[in-house]
Ligand binder design. Structure first.
Ligand SMILES: [Zn+2]
Length: 628
């Protein structure tokens, strides 16, 4: 991870000079077009010692040369470049900048350099001041001047932007930021840098990009180290620290994506022997998407971020591995929730291709099991939002989040994400519990259950096809059989009921490994048919109350069949004797003391309720309305 950031930093520094962020900070002292005269106080440098050379009048050049960043009133400007108000006053301020050396975020050596520059100017104070005064008075009428520091190398004048000390002061990222935190200094002397593996005069303890370690919680230091000894955990030299910083700034700028209430940083790393071109494609992918409006259709994405580039990473070869760092940002500090390292493009590609096949399979439900207004809001396709639906944010104000037994669902969500990317198994029963919780919430509130039920079923399919759903069925050999078969409305239509049912169970084989589940599912269909008839007749669905808030168990399911039959007979609308016969048959096959737990039975029952349209009977066509 650190190595990956360093390589990106290296690349940025070699190719862009790391100036991107600098240019955002520099201000134009001539922003009003009047500061045309530049008075350069030039020093000479010889073996680390400075002496005054001369004062030079110049025309205002490219503003970035002067590294100007102004402060209000009497406060020091960020660098020794200032707009002149009165020469004596401004020169005083200019000199004070050098006296302030101890407060710059620089190494001891660099701070000493600044102190010496100041001494060299003070040694010729009166002469310089008179010279400035003289040159200032000769500016053109109506023009203003700036004062800046320069370096005379005998041929040319170098400007502040040419000298790294001043760039670092402006970026506020000299060594001090790497060595000091919480008022504690953490510096090792003559020790090996953990990044470049060279022995360096100074190594620092706080140079790791983002805090992976627990430094951010004082008193919670890993390994029981004193905080001032933290450099021992990950000692990093100034050179490497600066490079990491450049990489970090770049990643935060270009490779930051939103993720269901969180964010993640995508950090690609090229294996030795890989083609740098692949990394460049990834580094530029988001900008390119923005420019060319290449964002894919919503349904094709794995996340809700319209500029998410996982699809592009997935197309690279396995020489590139990617780390995803999920975080939450509070004010300016990052709290890292999850770091997934070493995801290969082939893994991402699999996440997409399984999505593709599951989405195709669910097109049928999308077409016929959702109402028009539901279709507008929901596409029955997989993305991480489907996971989030069942593990919603704690901070979400919804009643569900409040009432859910699961009070750590942010954490659970992150765990699920980790397992999906990493290919680690997820327990079927755990998941079915959460899916049911969401469905019952809708049912208890009198809302349609179809959207949650079908998304739950889709998630089960997705995880099962990925091969990471554990304990999905009692028959071990069936455990990870991907579901197969073409289940389309054209295919089902015209088939006799028995065939439809057989075809459905075959194409969802992984989830219908037992006769009890099949019975629960088919009874769900029958129950919904009754509710539809009740609604048509009475504009109400009193039978809903008999479903016990979708908390099913074996005796209840067995008892419901005759109750439903009686009601249908009462209405003289029992078109479903064939279906009832099939259910009764599965009751016999399933025997007594089912091993399915109640959550399991409840889920397949409500799945049946919401799949009833797949099993329409010609005779019921006429006048029966549907109720959700
Ligand atoms: Zn180093």
């Amino acid at each position: 991870m650190i190595e990956a950031v360093r390589r990106i930093g290296d690349y940025i520094q070699d190719n862009k000079g790391g100036e991107d962020s600098l240019y955002k900070i520099i201000e134009d002292p001539d922003s009003n077009g009047k500061y045309k005269q530049v008075l350069v106080v030039a020093l000479k440098e010889k073996e680390g010692n400075y002496s005054f050379s001369h004062v030079e009048t110049q025309e205002f050049k490219e503003y970035t040369k002067y590294l100007y960043k102004g402060k209000q009133g009497n406060a020091l400007d960020a660098t020794p470049t200032s707009r002149i108000t009165e020469v004596n006053k401004t020169f005083k301020k200019f000199l004070r900048w050098f006296d302030n050396y101890d407060n710059y975020p620089l190494s001891g050596e660099e701070r000493e350099s600044i102190r010496r520059m100041g001494e060299a100017i003070k040694a010729e104070h009166d002469k310089i001041q008179a010279d400035l005064q003289d040159k200032f008075s000769r500016r053109k009428t109506g023009e203003s001047s700036i004062i800046t520091l320069g370096f005379d190398d005998g041929v040319n004048i170098k400007y502040l932007s040419d000298i790294s000390i001043f760039r670092n002061v402006l970026l506020n990222k000299g060594s001090k930021g790497f060595s000091n935190k919480y008022g504690v200094e953490s510096i090792g002397q003559d020790k090996m840098c953990s990044v470049c593996r060279e022995v360096k005069a100074e190594v620092y303890g706080f140079a790791v990009p983002w805090s992976f370690h627990n430094y951010d919680k004082p008193g919670n230091i890993s390994g029981g180290f004193e905080i001032s000894e933290s450099w021992k955990n990950t000692p990093i030299c100034l050179n490497c620290a600066t490079c990491l910083e450049a990489g970090k700034i770049y990643i935060e700028d270009k490779l930051d994506f939103s993720f269901y209430g969180f964010h993640y940083l995508l950090i690609p790393k090229l294996a030795i022997g890989g083609d740098i071109q692949e990394i460049l494609i990834i580094l530029g992918a988001r900008d390119q998407k923005k420019e060319q409006k290449l964002n894919q259709e919503v349904e094709k994405r794995l996340t809700a971020d319209e500029y998410d580039i996982l699809d592009i990473v997935a197309k690279q070869n396995d020489f590139v591995s990617t780390s995803l760092m999920f975080y939450k940002k509070d004010k300016s500090s990052y709290s890292i929730l999850l770091l997934i390292e070493g995801i290969l493009p082939s893994r991402l590609s699999r996440l997409f291709s399984i999505k593709d096949s599951v989405d195709k399979r669910f097109k049928l439900y999308n077409d016929i099991a959702l109402s028009e207004s539901q279709k507008e809001k929901n596409h029955l396709v997989f993305n991480f939002g489907v996971v989030r639906r069942f593990f919603p944010s704690e901070s979400a104000k919804g009643a569900f989040a409040k009432r859910s037994k699961n009070k750590t669902s942010d954490k659970m969500f992150m765990e699920m994400v980790n397992k999906i990317f990493g290919g680690n198994s997820i327990d079927y029963y755990l998941l079915i519990g959460f899916i049911n919780e969401r469905i019952r919430e809708a049912f208890d509130g009198g809302y349609p259950t179809n959207v949650d039920t079908l998304f739950g079923f889709l998630l089960l399919h997705y995880l099962n096809d990925l091969g990471i759903l554990k304990n999905v069925t009692s028959e071990m050999d069936n455990m990870t059989t991907p579901s197969e078969g073409d289940l389309s409305i054209e295919h089902l239509e015209g088939l006799p009921l028995e065939q439809k049912i057989k075809s459905f169970f075959e194409s969802n084989e992984a989830f219908f490994g037992s006769d009890a589940k099949k019975a629960a599912f088919l009874e769900g269909i029958l129950a919904q048919k009754l509710l539809n008839i009740q609604f048509t007749e009475k504009r109400a669905t009193p039978f809903r109350d008999k479903l016990h808030g979708l908390r099913m168990n074996e005796p209840l399911i067995k008892r419901l069949l005759p109750e439903i039959q009686n009601k249908l007979e009462e209405y003289k609308k029992n078109y479903y004797r064939e279906l009832e016969g099939i259910i009764a048959r599965y009751f016999i096959l399933s025997g007594e003391s089912w091993k399915e737990n109640n959550d399991d039975l409840s889920f397949y029952f409500v799945l049946g309720m919401n799949s009833h349209k797949l099993f329409k009977d010609a005779r019921e066509e006429e006048v029966i309305e549907e109720v959700a």
